[in-house]
Design a binder for this molecule. Sequence first.
Ligand code: NAI
Length: 251
Amino acid sequence: MDRVKGKSCIVTGAALGIGRACAERLAEEGGAVAIFDLHDTEGEAVAAALRAKGARARYWHVDVADEAAVKKAVDEAAAEFGGLHVLVNNAGISGSTKLTHEITEAEWDRVQAVNVKGVLFCSKHTIPHMKAAGHGSIINLSSIYGLVGAPDVPAYHASKGAVRLMSKTDAMCYAADRIRVNSVHPGFIWTPMVEGHLKASGATREGVGSLHPLGHMGDVDDIAWGVVYLASDESKFVTGAELAIDGGYTA
Ligand code: NAI
C-alpha cells in the first residue's frame, strides 16, 4: 500500500495485458493513473474499475505514434492530476513477423512508429512536467528481444533494442533533473499480444514456457511489480538500469 502515494502516473497501452496490470498495481499503491490506449471500451472499463476502488483514474484515447495527440493528452493529464511524476511507456506491437529479406518499408515503419517514436513522443512531452515537479521516473518496456537475438520478428527486435539505448541516454541526460529512466525486459508473458503471436507461429504455451530456465511463461503481475518498484522511491538510486524479468531467459 502507498508505495507511489501522491504520484501521478501515465501508463500507455493500459487497456489490456501488461499495461493494464501496471495501471492496477500503481493505483492500488496510491498513484493517480492516466490510461492511454486505442481500445476505448476496455480502457474506459479499466479506469472505471480503478475509480470504483477509490483511485483517481481516467482514460484517454491516444495513438502514441501521433505526436499531437500525445501532447494534448499528456497536458490534459497533468492539468487533471496536478503534475506528472511517473511515465510507463508500455504500448507496443509485435507487428510483422516477416524476415529482413521479405519485410516492406511500411511494415517496418509501423513497428518503429509505435514502439520507438511512441516512447519518444510520450517522454518528450512528459519530461517538462517532471522537470516542473522536480523529479520523475520513466519506465520503458523493452523486451528480452531488446537484449538478445532470436530468429523471429526483426522489426520488433530493432525497436526494442532502440528502446533499451534510448532509456540509457535519457537516464544520463535527465539525471540532473532528478528524472530516472530505466528499461524493463520481460520474457514471454501471457497477454493478447503473445496469444496472437503463438497462434500465428504455431508454437505452444508450454513450448515457449520451456525456453525459460524457470520452466514457464510469466504473468502480467510479474512485470507490474517491477514497474511499481521503479516508479517508487524504493528505487531512488536506480537509473539507466535494465531490469530483466524473464525467468532466467537472458541469464
Ligand atoms: P498487448 O498487445 O497485450 O497490449 C498492448 C496494449 O497497447 C493494448 O491495449 C493496445 O491497444 C495498446 N496499444 C497498441 N498500440 C498502441 C498505440 N499506437 N497507441 C496506444 N496504445 C496502443 O501487449 P503486451 O503483451 O501487454 O505488451 C506490453 C508491452 O510489453 C509491449 O511494449 C511489448 O512489446 C512488451 N513486451 C511484452 C512481452 C510479452 O510476452 N507479452 C514480452 C516482452 C515485451
